[in-house]
Design a binder for this molecule. Structure first.
Ligand code: ADP
Ligand code: MG
Length: 287
């Protein structure tokens, strides 16, 4: 039988948009030492807009660089892809589209092999990128993706996401509760550190590939900490499963939601505070 206070708390939670799917995990939520947040779509809104376009191969215009990228990205569901498509005036047909998980996407456009990729992908391929504008844009917290046409660096596109207003307040609150706040992201280190400073996080783990996220959660657990993970994406599902408490943002993907112990319907980081406070109050009454 479910104790009455727990049943009542579960109902209160549901009424406030906090869906508890696993009651044991809810009980564990009062003991959490650290929370790991996914960046894009969780601490930020995941709504990217193009801020700058760099042209390296001047046979192309800025608009063409964006159009080549948008053609590829029209086939991707990544938030970066959606931002590029929205801000492009045009797009061309694509053949042989392929996602490169955690790194970008590729395909054939107008007879050319086109790739839209992360700085990490360039590094892996040994493609040199010395332009000081890249460093400067990253320091401003902008995510930069590179456009390769027939394996030559043709241009780059910088995009800015919006930090959720509730994030800063939620992090301050959690830290006051003695909980260590960590961000886990596939994005570039400088961008991640910029967001970390903006929001006031204790720790930032950047440039993590999708398949490495669960191992990073395990690493934090191995410090002797009870860990909650909050995320929204397909990539986040194994990490949510690995955490002691997996919390999915309601606006997230079905996979993340199916794996999570708790779902935050309103997609607000403030609700992470609410669920922990509710768990603490619920089980305190039972002691
Ligand atoms: P996050 O952990 O922030 O959710 P991801 O693991 O989804 O990030 O992606 C990590 C990085 O891979 C992005 O910051 C971007 O540089 C690159 N990337 C992934 N998918 C795409 C795409 N469709 N187009 C361009 N870049 C992409
Ligand atoms: Mg994500």
């Amino acid at each position: 039988a479910v104790p009455l206070v727990v049943a009542r708390s579960t109902a209160i939670a549901a009424g406030n948009g906090l869906l508890i799917r696993d009651r044991t995990a809810f009980e564990e939520a009062r003991n959490i030492d650290a929370i790991i947040f996914d960046k894009t779509g969780t601490l930020t809104r995941g709504e990217f807009g193009i801020t700058d376009t760099l042209v390296f191969d001047t046979t192309h215009s800025e608009e063409e660089i964006v159009a080549y990228a948008a053609s590829i990205e029209a086939h991707s569901e990544h938030p970066i892809a959606q931002g590029i498509v929205r801000d492009s005036k045009q797009a061309w047909p694509v053949e042989k589209f392929r996602a490169i998980p955690g790194k970008g996407a590729s395909g054939e456009v107008k007879g050319h092999e086109v790739k839209v990729v992360s700085p990490g992908y360039l590094r892996d391929q040994g493609i040199g990128m010395e332009d000081p504008r890249f460093e400067e844009l990253s320091r401003q917290g902008k995510t930069v993706v590179f456009v390769l046409i027939d394996d030559r660096l043709a241009g780059a596109i910088a995009l800015a996401d919006i930090v959720r207003e509730e994030s800063r307040e939620a992090i301050r609150h959690l830290r006051d509760m003695g909980i260590r706040c960590i961000m886990l992201t596939g994005d570039n280190r400088q961008v991640a550190e910029w967001v970390g400073r903006e929001i006031g996080l204790d720790e930032v783990i950047a440039e993590v590939l999708p398949e490495e996220k669960a191992a990073k959660v395990r690493e934090v657990q191995s410090r002797g900490l009870i860990v909650a993970m909050t995320g929204d994406g397909v990539n986040d599902a194994p990490a949510l499963a690995q955490a002691n408490v997996g919390i999915a943002i309601g606006a997230g993907t079905d996979v993340a939601i199916e794996t999570a112990d708790i779902i935050l319907v309103r997609s607000s980081p403030a609700d992470v505070v609410a669920i922990i406070e509710l768990a603490r109050a619920t089980y305190r009454k039972m002691m």
